[in-house]
Design a binder for this molecule. Structure first.
Ligand SMILES: Cc1cc2nc3c(=O)[nH]c(=O)nc-3n(C[C@H](O)[C@H](O)[C@H](O)COP(=O)(O)OP(=O)(O)OC[C@H]3O[C@@H](n4cnc5c(N)ncnc54)[C@H](O)[C@@H]3O)c2cc1C
Length: 419
């Protein structure tokens, strides 16, 4: 391939066929656009491959919150803690960490909660509409979302966050140990408190979800190019020129949905965005002896247990070590150890492990909006811990922006110019 200039004025190219790019692609397609998805790997093979599958609208608390910072030293010192920083990466990480600290004020947390609740709204129903026909039931499951605690002081410490969500309309049920174990009898008796958020959901298989969405996209005329995008430039005529590993393409419109790699393209366009990656891990036990009936967040160790069609998945941890360092599968081993303690009935001999790059902004809000000096280029990335949840609304917003319609929700909190 050398050149591929599309004459169609209603054509859009999207860099990134993760869950965010796929949702943008499907919405744009339904709005009459000819869409080409470009990805260096197959659809859903990157971060969207191995997440925990949680679809909880109420998942809106920022990582940096008043009260969280005091826990950070303890987390870092605990070898089984949820946070790990690679010492050698620290100098590069420092500017992002400083912004993260700055985002931890009460007023910033309020802003983030408000904006994420709007972005997450109706996510389960949105997937039920996006996924065609017979696949929906097996892929998207309604479920309560349980957050479980082993000690009273952690439960009390978390109450500030729960109160914040309540103030913004979240419906929460505080459970005693007894009530919790009635719901989840296979959970270790060491759990003594829980918060139940009813009427949430999860996907039973993140990768199959991405595959089903990409098949739907292709079957309705969408094009998927397996290419690496090396450079994004604006041509003299104002079109977008993408230099690929082989040849180039030109397009009228471009969406950058390249997950944790997106800042490389924004930098080429003169826009500096403090995107980092919080690397996360999973371990999936193929044939667990027991399966919980809810999606469960271990609220102190910050990992999720999800009953998937492929087994029981334990997913979590935030490892700040950049895009290049190889995976450290000790993190997955820790998840397995903690998961077995959470469900003592599990032996977990047949298992798979994985690491993925969460695309994270310091204020826990994604970047969704037009490129400041090039309104035919749009940004849709940085969803951090909630890319699955926020992807459908992101697709709707991007489609509205491209069609010059006002988006359904206020997108000021997601502006690329907020940094
Ligand atoms: C352990 C873990 C658990 C999680 N659990 C949940 C959860 O329960 N619920 C939830 O909502 N979220 C969860 N997340 C977060 C979620 O997985 C991410 O936010 C989401 O997958 C990001 O999707 P994306 O499309 O932005 O990025 P990706 O899926 O990473 O897609 C970006 C794509 O861009 C492509 N790309 C990058 N650079 C180039 C280039 N130069 N040329 C071509 N292609 C390129 C990549 O190959 C990739 O396929 C979890 C994450 C982790 C790690």
């Amino acid at each position: 391939m050398s050149s591929n200039t599309l004459p169609n004025t209603k054509n859009v190219h999207i860099i990134g066929a993760g869950i965010v790019g796929l949702c943008c692609a499907l919405h744009l397609q339904r709005d009459g656009w000819q869409v080409t998805l470009i990805d260096k790997v197959g659809p859903g093979e990157s971060c969207s491959f191995g997440h925990a599958g949680v679809l909880s609208e109420t998942s809106a608390l920022p990582n940096a919150m008043p009260g969280v910072m005091v826990k950070v030293p303890k987390w870092l010192l605990d070898p089984e803690g949820p946070l790990y920083i690679r010492f050698r990466y620290l100098p590069q990480l420092l500017p992002w960490l400083l912004r993260f600290l700055k985002a931890g004020t009460a007023s910033e947390s309020e802003n983030t909660v408000r904006s994420l609740l709007a972005l997450n709204a109706g996510t389960v129903e949105k997937y039920q509409t996006l996924v065609n026909g017979s696949q929906v039931r097996s892929l998207i499951r309604p479920s309560g979302y349980l957050n479980v605690y082993q000690n009273e002081s952690s439960f009390n410490h978390a109450s500030r966050g729960w109160e914040l969500l309540r103030r913004h309309g979240a419906q929460l049920r505080m459970l005693s140990g007894e009530e919790l174990h009635e719901l989840e009898p296979t959970l270790s008796p060491s759990y003594i408190r829980a918060v139940l958020i009813e009427n949430q959901g999860y996907t039973t298989n993140p990768f199959r979800l991405a595959q089903v969405l990409s098949e739907q996209f292709s079957q309705t005329g969408g094009i998927i190019l397996r290419r690496e995008v090396r450079e994004v430039r604006l041509s003299a005529e104002g079109n977008v020129r993408l230099n690929l590993d082989l040849g180039y393409v030109e397009s009228k419109k471009l969406v950058v949905a390249a997950g944790a790699w997106s800042h490389r393209f924004t930098a080429q366009l003169g826009v500096s965005i403090p995107l980092e990656t919080e690397r996360g891990y999973h371990v999936t036990i193929a044939h667990p002896e027991v399966l919980p009936s809810h999606v469960i967040m271990e609220a102190e160790r910050k990992f999720v247990a999800t009953p998937m069609e492929i087994g029981l998945r334990f997913a979590g941890t935030a490892e700040l070590a950049g895009l290049e360092a190889p995976p450290n599968y000790k993190r997955a081993e820790i998840l397995l150890r903690l998961g077995k303690r959470m469900f003592p009935g599990i032996s977990g001999t047949e298992k798979t492990e994985w690491m993925g790059h969460r695309p994270s902004l310091p204020d826990s809000r994604p970047v969704i909006g037009k490129c400041p000096d090039a309104p035919n280029i749009l940004f849709a990335f940085g969803h951090g811990h909630r890319g699955l949840i926020g992807a459908p609304m992101t697709g709707e917003i991007i489609t509205d922006l491209i069609a010059n319609r006002p988006p359904k929700i206020d997108i000021t909190p997601f502006s690329p110019e907020r940094f």
